[in-house]
Design a protein around this ligand. Sequence first.
Ligand SMILES: Nc1ncnc2c1ncn2[C@@H]1O[C@H](COP(=O)(O)OP(=O)(O)OP(=O)(O)O)[C@@H](O)[C@H]1O
Length: 894
Amino acid sequence: MEAALKRYFGYTGFRPYQGEIIQKVLEGRDCLVVMATGSGKSICYQIPPLVAKKTAVVVSPLLSLMQDQVMSLKQHGVRSDYLGSTQMNTSVSSEAEKGMFDVLYMTPEKAISLPSRFWSNLQASGICLLAIDEAHCISEWGHDFRPEYKQLHSLRDHLVGVPFVALTATATERVRGDIATSLNLSNPHIAIGSFDRPNLFYGVKSCNRSVSFISELVKEVSKNCTVGGSTIIYCTTIKDTEQVHEAMVSAGIKANIYHGRMGSKAREDSHRSFVRDEVFVMVATIAFGMGIDKPDVRCVIHYGCPKSLESYYQESGRCGRDGLPSVCWLYYQRSDFTKGDFYCSEATNPTQRKAIMDSFMAAQKYCLHTACRRKVLLQYFGQESTTDCGNCDNCTATKNERDLSKESFLLLSCIKSCGGRWGLNMPVDVLRGSRAKKIVEHNYDKLPMHARGKDYPPNWWKALGGLLLAHGYLKETISDTFRLLSVSPQGVKFLSGTGTPLVLQLTAEMIEQEEHGSSEHKEGALNPVATVESEKSSEEELKLYQMLLNVRMKLAHDIGTAPYAICGDQTLRHFAKIRPSTGARLANIDGVNQHFVTRYGAIFIQNITQFSKELSLQMDDSSGVEDMMSVSKPVNNNLPRNLGDAKFTSWELWQKSGYSFKKIAHFRRAVAIKEQTVISYILDAARDGCEMNWNRFCEETGLTHEIASQIRLAIAKVGSRDKLKPIKEELPENVTYEMIKIFLAIDDVGASEKTFGNVSADKVPASTTESPKSSSHGSEAVKNGNQGDDVIMAGAFDSSPSTKRSQAHGTLASVSNEPVKKLQKIDEQGMESFAAIAATEEAIVELAASCNGVSLEDAVKHFSGSKRESVIEMLENLECNFVVYRKKDCYMVL
Ligand SMILES: Nc1ncnc2c1ncn2[C@@H]1O[C@H](COP(=O)(O)OP(=O)(O)OP(=O)(O)O)[C@@H](O)[C@H]1O
């Protein structure tokens, strides 16, 4: 399990609950998973198929979400696709039946409409789980009820014995019960994680929707953009969305808009360019909700009170999913609180209506609270928390507590005297001394508290009303479409004088009202920007991080994917901090998976090296990072370790003696071998650690910088480097199979990008007599499956491995007419040190496997016949090739 986590996702440890859930699923047990947004639920259904080598089917409510997940998984080397109404590729379904995907996503509509033949075929091919993502959609008590979800239980009949895994971030106890019942979960393993998102700062402010407020918002958001963070601004109406978007764009901020009245193509484009960091801000209605999987959103702003606390938690939960510090601000206007009825119009029965209203009131209370915001949120989801978080506006604000007993007494008694038949406006007007027609008609101008509240502006009183509601002194009831306020039993107790003095924390709005007599927003008071902590990075390291963000951006743009799908921000931060100089060092960084190393490793190492030089930063600084092992820089003795003799000699002739491929192909043979075989021998030697003059190799094989770039793009497009044919099909005719193989070998050994740099397209092979470019050998070699096994090596190549190298030297030197100047340079000492190596990569892997991981010191001790540097080098090579990975100080086998 852990090996698959490192190989495909680059992480060395599971987060809480992930390991146990995966284990249960692999044992065939149903699971109900309720874990916070961004806590890593997806891994729970993505790892089992990679371990069990069977397909996982995932039911997901949104196409955009599925497309993002598939894009990301492909970048991790996981075979994945989706079935839904927008899927144009008709072969996905038949490939899926044959078990050709690790993870197959589908919409609920699709899942219930697929014929039983599909399911029986898939079951025959192997299916390890059916996951129901966003499972709260099953429940009418959930905030996103979807009727099709209710029919998913019918899949049980098709998938006998297949574990069902229901996952959600927001489920009250009642919703959990609904999910389990509706899906017929049998004795499910229930995992309920914390709802807390400690990296998120929560803040709330009252606002007006004035032009000056919006321009202030624009200013603050633009600050966030300059530090490279993405922002989502959720508006409650399309009109607000358009207004805020227009303000952002006119201020020169790259912002997109997204709402339900846009066509699906426009929405898709808008979503895509946001996910790909082509714009930094998305101004959207909640139509841009559940499906947002971008991990590096640094700021989520709600411009208007959300329709429920669940949806606020979900939407704000789109922020900081990569675990880095991020902020969530909610700006509300008092008039937002009148929208409950509008939301209730969606209800089809009284139960739903009550559920919608309750959730809306909870959101309203959240806005008005002066206690720790996190506590309020967690309590709503049934999680008790005793300490204040210190990471929300209420915790960080200077305490502004005051005895508000007198004012509260006035307001509560006024509400009581008005008979609990009104909202807040009427009693506040009475307190303020209004003689409006309605007040006079009801004789409220005769009440003793009439005109007793002139010291404070109306909004101050309304803010106090909100506070009293949030603290339980008032209660709100719905009558028809009206929301009525009355005094609660706790309020009655206070009015009777038996309660304690009412010391309350003043809201920001009350303070503003006292100071300025209005909620007109003060310059500089708005502060939505995530102060993403630089994590003790130096200025140069931050510059390097910015440079690497650009490298990732360009790369993503070239291959048509989202930057985050290549690697996360956190991983780039580690690169900037550690500055790995080798593939092995890169491979050991958290978040780096096997595909990343093979596809992008060389590019990043080259850029890190170059930028670090420019910024005068040392490479390989592991001091500040935990979990990094202090391995001294390996000494590469450039000697092969476990090569067969034919390969070794081919390499020697080429690298040391300067022979051409053609000469080597004919060298001392009755029947010449193919040049392509020689090339593949030399590549194997390179993979085995032999020193290589890559510039010469590329020059002789015609692999130019341009061709290398084309191949890299093709691999990225195909999403896998396992099969050459699909890669070849993406490339122009002139790019041969041989070139692809060479590219992969160079990539495997992590040679520098500069390797290709010396040769340009118009300056191709000089020294090769027959370059692969001018022949069809490359494709022939592949067609014949020619990896060199079909070659009969004669003469010097057929002696026993231990003796033949020295024989080969002697023979070559004496028999060949070619100048073999450099050959003798492999002197006795070199051969001795090679012979003395007791550790081989296989032996190291065996040792690590037998004791479930081995430390470097133990490995060095175990292979006492080997030099420490050799063991380090082999370990690094294994690590770079993802044969082993490091967890703390231990090398584990993948
Ligand atoms: N074991 C892990 N170590 C480090 N990062 C992880 C681990 N598991 C998951 N992550 C990362 O956490 C982020 C959030 O994960 P994921 O998308 O699965 O969250 P989620 O629980 O499904 O959230 P939501 O409910 O919002 O969809 C992703 O960037 C993912 O790569």
